[in-house]
Design a protein around this ligand. Structure first.
Ligand code: SF4
Ligand code: FES
Length: 248
């Protein structure tokens, strides 16, 4: 396949960026999108040009490192798929593809397609954990949890922290990300003792990081590579309301 790529190039947060056009030739349909960019970068390096910077690590859809906009869609056109798992067979020969970084105030651009997502880490640090002494491993059957509850908690726990939900939300809200962690912990008995403090602190941190507010648009759910349900945001709101009432 031959493609025309319009890629956002920006040397640093302080400098102005712009789209640069590249020809990508002899691309195999079996390459992943990141492998296609690796291939492009090899050519750029051979010509003494700067390679396009992007984040990646596992390339198996589990670490959350990768992510950028492809033709205006977070992680590209395939539902429930990270860019490292997106293959070039989903594009057409001769197609023009626009590639740009996550755009959100809370995600400053580091370089090209790389953004600083440490704001998400600070939301987790504010309360996205269980601070109990672990001790010996408990017998698996000593705390019984209904299967449907365990399934909901597991679904919420699949969030990989990629930030696609923020990037695709017109308000740049981190509500899906934050609510996934709050839901996972609030549903399980281990998370109950700290649930009030957790939701208050995480929501406060989310606001402090300049993420926008959720207005139920739903782009977050549509773009999430782990298909986290927007129901988790409703759960977060109920937890927050309960915490506020408890405080009063
Ligand atoms: S909720 Fe989905 S889109 Fe948002 S950070 Fe988690 S995995 Fe990524
Ligand atoms: S590189 Fe780990 S999820 Fe894409």
């Amino acid at each position: 396949m031959n493609l025309e790529l319009l890629i956002w190039r920006q040397k640093s947060e302080k400098e102005t960026g712009q789209f640069i056009s590249y020809k990508a030739t002899d691309i195999s349909p079996d390459m992943s999108f990141l492998e296609m960019l690796d291939f492009l970068n090899e050519g750029l390096l051979k010509n003494g040009d700067e390679p396009v910077e992007f984040d990646s690590d596992c390339r198996e859809g589990i670490c959350g490192s990768c992510g950028f906009m492809i033709n205006g869609q977070a992680h590209g056109p395939e539902r429930g798929t990270t860019v490292c798992q997106l293959h070039m067979r989903h594009f057409n020969d001769g197609e023009k593809i626009v590639v740009e970084p996550w755009r959100a105030k809370a995600f400053p651009i580091v370089k090209d397609l790389v953004v600083d997502r440490s704001s998400l880490d600070r939301v987790i640090s504010a309360g996205g954990y269980v601070s109990v002494k672990t001790g010996p491993h408990a017998d698996a059957n000593s705390i019984l949890i209904p299967k449907y509850v365990a399934d909901r908690a597991m679904d919420a726990a699949t969030c990989i922290g990629c930030g696609a939900c923020v990037a695709s939300c017109p308000n740049a809200s981190a509500s899906l990300f934050t609510s996934a962690k709050i839901t996972q912990l609030a549903l399980l008995p281990q998370g109950h003792p700290e649930r009030t403090r957790r939701v208050s602190r995480m929501v406060a941190q989310m606001d402090k990081e300049s993420f926008g507010h959720c207005t139920n648009i739903g782009e977050c759910e549509a773009s999430c590579p782990k298909e986290i349900s927007i129901d988790t945001i409703a759960k977060m709101r109920r937890e927050y309301l309960k915490a506020t009432v408890d405080v009063e």
